[in-house]
Every structure is written in structure tokens, then in C-alpha cells.
Design a protein around this ligand. Structure first.
Ligand code: CA
Length: 427
């Protein structure tokens, strides 16, 4: 067996066959929580190629180190593993990487263990990977904020004065975070069209997506404790795709003066797999130049953004195939995830292991790069043409939306998998 290698080492190979376009090569090793028909207990797994590695089964076989007083892997969420701290995250990933190497015989040559511990993803039911303690949604793409501001307030007032000084956000609902694949129920709410004499209470007619990245916070802080941007960077356990479903008609009527509320409180879907910050470390890049320079507590040096390609597929109800409606990149965000966390903690707000932060809708500067239908159809005025001749402005019942994200490397890609949801009719 060769010497130990860092889990990100491009030369690593697994005995598990991994297609070149799979999001899950041995250099990725994202964490998730799954169960199977033969064992309905949700437990921690790692994606490798088309398989899930049952890390709890590895632990039972004595092949994983003890992370904490109780098992970190025979758990219905990743929170125990995350709470064990950053050193343990790396140790656990290194062990999994080692066990999956092409030249490590411990799992490769143990037929019985392989049958127990390597399960086709098609046979795994994925669960919400995190027990989400709090959900905070940011608004950190300058292009997205400018587009929405232009539609809601006109071009001259598109960006509020505060936007360039801090990452704008609001406290969302952890109770409506659902894992990718669960249906998204069309919400009802108060809607007041421009020509309505009074609002009506009705199912949303402008149901939308928000293409985002979810950040999983990996530290507990005390009330009153603050974090530098560098500390905040180290507090990131990992990233998942995130679709922050939005009801634009409900939102537009309710958002003055306190901001988003019920129009954003019915479904938020993270992907089932959490890719660690460590696996994405090679893809850190500098974000856009920040002018005015941020206040001291938000000042960052070096690379805090991530170069990750993103796309949105829309599969309209009844269509045999989907259409890619947007392609963009996470690297263009004005405020970094680390700045968002530093700002969040700056009031003395306690952060929790398992907090989920939405990056904010990720939009580029051109039409095919926007992260919401609101922008892609410019407020519903410019419908999207579908391949079968139909059109879409906002989502209809039965429509499916799939987000994907990845970084292409030489010979493999580090992917976040897919984040999918189908619209179910209002109750
Ligand atoms: Ca959002």
C-alpha cells in the first residue's frame, strides 16, 4: 500500500468504480443520512460513485475511529459528527478516504462487509442530513439584488444604501426545511394584485425557485461571542445545494416593512449530500472587489469565495425531458459565506452546530445566468419557451426543478449532487 495521501489528492483512486462525470469521486466524499428497506434506521453515509458507503457499518466493523462519547455515525443526522469539531471532520474523512482506496484491502477484499456497507444509491432513501437548528437566508448576489430591486422599486432605487455595507439577511424557518426529493406543497397566502380592491387568501400563483448554496455551520458559540471572518471560515462544516422556494405574490404584498415572512416559510430544500469545506478548499477564489471597503469586522483577505458551476433544470409537468433554464457560478457572490457568518455573530448572536445559512439567490449578469424565475421571466413578463412549445413564467403543479453544482477537475468532478423538488397542489 502506498503512503497516506491527503483526501483531496488528485492521484487517489478507489476500488469502487466511479464514472468520470460522477459528482462523487474519492476526492469528494460528501456526508449524508440514509436508510434502506432492509434497515430503516437513518444513519450516516458517504457517497462514492453510484454507491453509499454505510459509515455506521464500517464503525461496527472496527474500521472507523471513535469521534465522540457516542457513535457519530449511527445517528439520524450529521450533528454529532459536526459537534465533534473540525479536527474530527478531517480525521473521519481521512479514514473513509483510506478505506475506499484501490490499494486498501480491508473493505475491498471483505465480500461480506462490502455487501453490508456499500449500497446502491438507487436503493437508499435519503433523509435531511442535518438537524437544522436555525435557518438564515442571505441576499448576497449583487446581480440578484439589483434585478429584484429594479423590479420592485425601480432602477434608481435597486440597491438599498445598506446593501454594500453588510450582508443583508433575515431569520427564516427551520421547521420548513425539507430534504431534496420531498414534494413542495404550493402555499396559500394573502395576495393582492395591482387591480385588487382588497387582498384574497389563495394558493400562490407566482411560485418560484431560488438557486442557492447552503452553508452548514459547524460550531456552537455563546451569546455575546463574536467571530472574525477567518474564524467564520473555519466554522463552516460544509456546503449543499439549496432551493429556497418562494411565493412571489405573497412576498410582494407582505414584505413591507419587515421583509420576507410567509412567502418564504413553506419549503426550503437542501441537497441530501453535504460536501465538506475541506473538499472544496482547492476551489477557493477571490470574490468581486468590495467598494466601499467593508468595516473592520467584515474585512477579509485572500480567497473566501468558491468556484462552483451551477445549473437549474426545469422539467415541466408531463414533459419527457427537462430544459436547463440557468447556468451560473457561485464565485461571483459579493459577500462571502465567511463574511455572512461573521456578520451574523457580530451582534453577539449565538451560532449553533447545524445552523443552515442560505447564500442568497445566485445570479450572474446575463439573462441565462439568473437564479430565479422572477428574474429569468422578468417578473413574469417574458415567459420561458419550453422545447415542446409550451411556456412557463412561474411553476405549475407537477413541475420538477433540479439544481446541480460541481467543479470540473482534471479527469474527475467534485459535485454537490442534485437538489430536486416537485410541486404538489395547494392543500
Ligand atoms: Ca433565499
Amino acid at each position: 500500500m502506498d503512503a497516506p495521501k491527503h483526501p483531496n489528492d488528485p492521484s487517489l483512486r478507489s476500488f469502487v468504480e466511479v464514472a468520470p462525470d460522477s459528482p462523487f469521486p474519492i476526492q469528494n466524499l460528501p456526508w449524508g443520512v440514509f436508510s434502506t428497506s432492509s434497515d430503516s434506521r437513518p444513519r450516516v453515509g458517504v457517497a462514492i460513485g453510484d454507491l453509499v458507503l454505510d459509515v455506521a457499518a464500517l464503525e461496527d466493523a472496527g474500521l472507523m475511529p471513535r469521534m465522540s462519547a457516542k457513535s457519530a455515525f449511527r445517528q439520524p443526522s450529521l450533528n454529532t459528527l459536526i459537534a465533534a469539531g473540525g479536527y474530527s471532520w478531517s480525521v473521519a474523512r481521512r479514514h473513509v478516504s483510506q478505506i475506499l482506496r484501490h490499494d486498501d484491502p480491508r473493505l475491498r477484499d471483505d465480500k461480506a462487509l462490502r455487501a453490508r456497507a456499500l449500497i446502491p444509491q438507487s436503493q437508499a432513501r435519503m433523509h435531511l442530513p442535518i438537524e437544522v437548528k436555525g435557518y438564515t437566508d442571505f441576499y448576497s448576489s449583487r446581480e440578484h439584488a439589483t434585478n429584484v430591486g429594479t423590479m420592485f422599486r425601480g432602477k434608481d432605487n435597486a440597491l438599498n444604501e445598506n446593501w454594500l455595507w453588510m450582508p443583508i439577511g433575515y431569520n427564516g424557518r427551520a421547521s420548513t426545511v425539507i430534504v431534496s426529493g420531498e414534494p413542495v406543497r404550493r402555499p396559500k397566502g394573502q395576495i393582492k394584485g395591482p387591480d385588487f380592491p382588497a387582498p384574497v387568501h389563495a394558493p400562490s400563483r407566482r411560485l418560484d425557485i431560488e438557486l442557492e448554496m447552503g452553508v452548514i455551520v459547524g460550531v456552537d458559540t455563546k451569546i455575546g461571542e463574536t467571530m472574525s471572518v477567518e474564524q467564520a471560515q473555519g466554522a463552516i462544516f460544509g456546503f449543499s445545494l439549496l432551493n429556497d422556494w418562494s411565493a412571489r405574490d405573497i412576498q410582494q404584498w407582505e414584505y413591507v416593512p419587515l421583509g420576507p415572512f410567509q412567502g418564504k416559510a413553506f419549503a426550503t430544500s437542501p441537497g441530501a449530500w453535504v460536501t465538506t469545506a475541506e473538499a472544496l478548499e482547492p476551489f477557493r477564489v477571490e470574490g468581486p472587489r468590495q467598494d466601499p471597503p467593508p468595516l473592520d469586522y467584515l474585512r477579509q483577505t485572500g480567497a473566501h469565495n468558491y468556484d462552483i458551476e451551477l445549473e437549474v433544470e426545469l422539467r415541466p409537468k408531463g414533459a419527457t425531458q427537462g430544459v436547463i433554464v440557468s447556468r451560473t457560478n457561485f464565485k461571483g457572490m459579493y459577500w462571502s459565506s465567511a463574511q455572512q457568518i461573521a456578520h451574523h455573530a457580530s451582534s453577539g448572536c449565538a451560532m449553533r452546530v447545524g445552523d443552515l445559512l442560505g447564500s442568497g439567490t445566485i445570479s450572474g449578469s446575463e439573462k441565462g445566468t439568473f437564479g430565479s424565475l422572477l428574474e429569468l421571466t422578468w417578473g413574469g413578463k417574458e415567459p420561458l419557451a419550453l422545447p415542446d412549445g409550451r411556456t412557463r413564467t412561474f411553476l405549475e403543479d407537477g413541475d420538477v426543478v433540479i439544481l446541480r453544482g460541481w467543479k470540473q477537475c482534471e479527469g474527475y468532478r467534485i459535485g454537490l449532487g442534485e437538489c430536486a423538488g416537485e410541486i404538489a397542489p395547494a392543500q
